[in-house]
Write a new protein. Structure first.
Length: 92
């Protein structure tokens, strides 16, 4: 599967989402997907993943063999972007 198609499937299904898919092996069947959406607020990790799997649908039974998912709220994504200092503190 083409990564652009995968990204489009997810972004069409999850409103206001930012989606980035990386084809890990260049074969179109192993992906790492990061989805950032305010729609994840108040939802568990399992619920977030379920939303993404529902968006992809049949592709998980066909062209996609493996997928790693990061499903984050915008606040969580911003927290991930803060650079650690190595001394236990975080630097903006």
């Amino acid at each position: 599967m083409d990564k652009a198609v995968l990204e489009q499937l997810i972004s069409d299904s999850i409103p206001d989402s930012d989606v980035c898919a990386v084809d890990l092996q260049g074969t179109g069947d192993h992906f790492e997907v990061t989805v950032v959406s305010p729609g994840f607020e108040g939802r568990s990790l399992v619920q977030r993943h379920r939303m993404i799997y529902e968006a992809i649908g049949e592709a998980m039974r066909g062209p996609i063999h493996a997928m790693t998912i990061k499903a984050l709220t915008p606040d969580q994504f911003q927290g991930d972007m803060v650079e650690p200092t190595g001394d236990g503190d975080r630097r903006d």
